[in-house]
Design a protein around this ligand. Structure first.
Ligand SMILES: [Mg+2]
Length: 312
């Protein structure tokens, strides 16, 4: 017999604060979206190829054999990773999210962080999506809603609502709750959706005094990593201010980051070590490298914190 789910789960007040930053492609879901590139044949000719995101993650540093289309450059390479110009056109990201979710419900193997993302939602924890894609935050939030509607069972959704009300009562001192849809809106509004090649994101980054300078000296190849850094700092600050407001900084706080791209894992790890862990020394940071598909949840690389040593 399972315990009935309470309307408000007050037990969330006993939990530690754990937050997650997720890359989307091949980390939460294996998306069918393709990147358009050119590949150098042995005879020296450059021919158009379409790469999956997982293949792209492996070859993106190989400028000798791969380059973006000569006609349109990187914008053309990632055309399928941005919202359509006309909002009435179908959104490829939402369509691809649906087909990726359908594959899993038909027995397909989920991506390494699929179950962690699901658990994060069911527990009602704040999270961020940080992706190299170019969508508006509202589009990514819609995809998260599709995930909630399709990957969570009715019981899991009920548990999520009970946890969300628990947090509202505990941290926001709310006693009169909104409808489920209002409470879900509130929760998803607290989360962050950063697609680092979205124009709005790039504009915000260019206005930041520190990143404006970092961008000026960055190579083209290191820009996506720099942008991920900026998105991560943004989320950590958001979490920190939220905890400051609610008085939650007196207990253990952990922030996890997962990505299947080794380049991102490496640069984010060194960014955390060099800057974030110093600025937020009460927060434990944990990085998960999910590039190895044979490991169900990726490899844990503890970057900052006292409980684990690197390599375990
Ligand atoms: Mg990825």
């Amino acid at each position: 017999m399972t315990k009935p789910i309470p309307y408000v789960n007050d037990e969330v007040a006993d939990r530690d604060f754990k937050y997650y930053i997720f890359d989307w492609d091949d980390n939460i879901l294996h998306m069918p979206t393709k990147i358009r590139m050119e590949h150098k044949e042995p005879d020296g000719r450059w021919v158009p190829v379409e790469l999956s995101t997982s293949t792209f993650a492996l070859v993106r540093g190989d400028g000798e054999h791969y380059r973006p289309p000569t006609d349109g450059g990187w914008d053309a390479a990632f055309r399928n990773f941005a919202d359509p110009d006309d909002a009435n056109e179908p959104n490829r990201f939402l369509e691809d999210t649906m087909s990726a979710l359908a594959k899993i419900s038909q027995g397909g193997r989920p991506s390494p962080s699929y179950s962690t993302f699901k658990k994060t939602l069911v527990e009602g924890r704040i999270f961020a999506i940080v992706t190299a894609r170019g969508h508006a935050p509202a589009t990514i939030e819609k995809a998260v809603r599709l995930f909630i509607d399709n990957a969570l069972s009715p019981l899991e959704r009920e548990t999520m609502m009970s946890n969300l009300r628990g947090y509202r009562r505990w941290l926001d001192k709310v006693e009169r709750f909104g409808t489920d849809s209002e409470e879900l809106d509130y929760y998803l509004g607290m989360c962050r959706y950063s697609a680092v090649t979205y124009d709005g994101f790039k504009a915000r980054m260019a206005q930041d005094p520190i990143y404006k300078e970092k961008l000026a000296t960055a190579t083209t190849a290191s820009r996506p990593e720099l942008a991920k850094e900026f998105a991560i700092r943004d989320f950590v600050e958001h979490v920190f201010h939220m905890l400051q407001r609610t008085g939650g900084l007196d207990r253990s706080v952990a922030i996890g980051f997962s990505d299947d791209d080794k380049g991102n894992v490496k640069s984010v790890s060194s960014y955390i070590r060099a800057e974030l862990s110093r600025r937020f020394d009460g927060i434990k940071f944990v990085v998960y490298d999910t590039s190895d598909r044979t490991l169900s949840k990726g490899r844990k690389v503890c970057v900052s914190g006292q409980m684990n040593l690197p390599g375990f």
